[in-house]
Design a protein around this ligand. Structure first.
Ligand SMILES: Cc1cc2nc3c(=O)[nH]c(=O)nc-3n(C[C@H](O)[C@H](O)[C@H](O)COP(=O)(O)OP(=O)(O)OC[C@H]3O[C@@H](n4cnc5c(N)ncnc54)[C@H](O)[C@@H]3O)c2cc1C
Length: 422
């Protein structure tokens, strides 16, 4: 028999969206639990916790959580859900958490588009290298190429430089005209982002920043030694120690899929109170549309208040939410990956790194199901979280099906669990 805990509000995901949702809900009920799989709260953007790199906003929310009655459970991963009961993997074993209302704030992960050498040691995701650096990975004197797509490139490059790295190039795949259009919309929809962008730009003075530029090959004997870049017409090599490369973000939608929430164009549909198509289940942050930290904070506040019936408080955030939605839409259109990126992978380029399946092997499969059945694509430790978005971009394959457990669990823990009857 598993331990079962009961809460009025359960929040899954301890990033900015989940933290604000929990802080808002707890103002009306003391029965709020915040579940986070990582060692500490903060999600992706505040992943260093309340440490030296935390900004003012992060410090404010960490303090609020500490001073609140929110029950925080870190190292606690939701692996399934059945009948308003979450199955949670904790260091002590599996635990069940019963809830009346649920807020999903599961965030996003990076999109990797395969190119020759993308699995070489010292090729990282942009956010991944940033997270490592924030946690003390030595960057001083290291030559770094930051490439891919999205505003994260500039933010991360600026911070890596501050930590002592030599940023040799920032390469954005989108074209200059799209970036100019993006910047032109900011004063109206996200003025603080414009200031932020200018500050990052100043910190990158002297660093080459190229638009319409992307990597075609990473090479080296045992680890990365150089990256071949292109602007579509010519190619050149850049010697470097690290390549930080990702082509935007894709939302973590496994739990919303498992709950059968309505999802359109990779976004969970919600009403203005962040309620999904499933009664008493709310969703905030990146799963409702990639919009960044400010959007997650706004939506988290709305959902937290709405879940406990504080509609007046929630309504106060509505105009900000509309602005954030417009920002998210502009972001999406401005940084869409270009079609040329589909031609980078060669037949022997790895698609599924867990199961060692190449693009050439998978290319002729009819879809995700067939590739999974015959070649175990997406059946390794990441369960398709990396190759799923690559296969969608390269071959147009549908989202892999979702089944519990959502993350690998130790067998001895699973053995204690008796599945509920269907
Ligand atoms: C690798 C990476 C680095 C990033 N770095 C930056 C940055 O430096 N600056 C910036 O402005 N933006 C960054 N972003 C963008 C970032 O997603 C948003 O700005 C912001 O963090 C969104 O907040 P959120 O609460 O929606 O999601 P997140 O911050 O992603 O938080 C979601 C949390 O949910 C947890 N979670 C997910 N599933 C489960 C589960 N089943 N059980 C328990 N917990 C779960 C995750 O561990 C995570 O902590 C980064 C994104 C990624 C993917």
């Amino acid at each position: 028999m598993l331990e079962r805990l009961e809460y009025e509000v359960a929040v899954v995901g301890g990033g900015p969206g989940g933290m604000t949702a929990a802080c808002s809900a707890v103002q009306s009920t003391s029965s709020v639990v915040l579940l986070e799989s990582a060692l500490w709260l903060g999600g992706q953007v505040w992943s260093g916790g309340d440490g030296p790199h935390a900004d003012r906003t992060a410090k404010k929310w960490f303090k609020r959580i500490q001073q609140s009655d929110v029950e925080v459970m870190t190292q606690s991963t939701v692996i399934g859900i059945h009948d308003r009961i979450l199955q949670v993997d904790t260091p002590e074993g599996l635990v069940e958490i019963a809830f009346s209302r649920l807020i999903l704030a599961t965030g996003a992960r990076e999109i990797f588009i395969p190119f020759p050498g993308w699995t070489l040691p010292h090729v990282f995701g942009v956010g991944a290298l940033h997270n490592l650096a924030k946690q003390g990975w030595p960057m001083r004197g290291k030559r770094v190429v930051v490439a891919g797509s999205g505003p994260l490139l500039i933010a991360v490059a600026a911070h890596l430089r501050q930590l002592g790295a030599t940023v040799v190039l920032v390469a954005e795949q989108t074209g200059l005209s799209k970036m100019v259009q993006f910047a032109a919309q900011l004063p109206l929809n996200a003025p603080s982002k414009l200031m932020q962008g200018a500050a990052f730009g100043a910190r990158l003075a002297g660093v080459p920043i190229r638009t319409h530029c992307w990597p075609v090959k990473a090479s080296g004997t045992e680890k990365l030694e150089r990256v071949r870049m292109t602007n579509g017409s010519s190619e050149w090599d850049i010697p470097c120690d690290y390549l930080a490369c990702a082509f935007g973000l894709t939302a973590n939608l496994e739990l919303p899929y498992l709950l059968s929430c309505r999802i359109e164009e990779e976004r969970v549909s919600t009403d203005s109170s962040m309620l999904t198509s499933i009664p008493k289940v709310y969703c905030v942050g990146e799963p409702t549309g990639i919009g960044g930290v400010d959007s997650a904070l706004t939506e988290g506040t709305i959902a937290g208040f709405s879940a406990v019936g504080q509609t007046r408080e929630a309504n106060r955030m509505r105009s900000k939410k509309r602005r954030m939605d417009r920002f998210g839409e502009i972001l999406r259109k401005s940084y869409e990956p270009r079609a040329e990126l589909r031609t980078l992978a060669q037949p022997d380029t790895i698609l599924c790194r867990c199961e060692d399946v190449s693009v050439g092997q998978a290319r002729n499969d009819a879809g995700w199901r067939e590739a999974k059945f015959y070649r175990h694509v997406g059946m390794g430790a990441c369960q398709g979280r990396t190759c799923g978005s690559a296969a969608r971009f390269l071959f147009g394959w549908e989202q892999p099906s979702v089944r519990p457990p959502l993350f690998p669990v130790e067998l001895k823990k699973l053995a204690t669990y008796t599945a509920p009857p269907n």
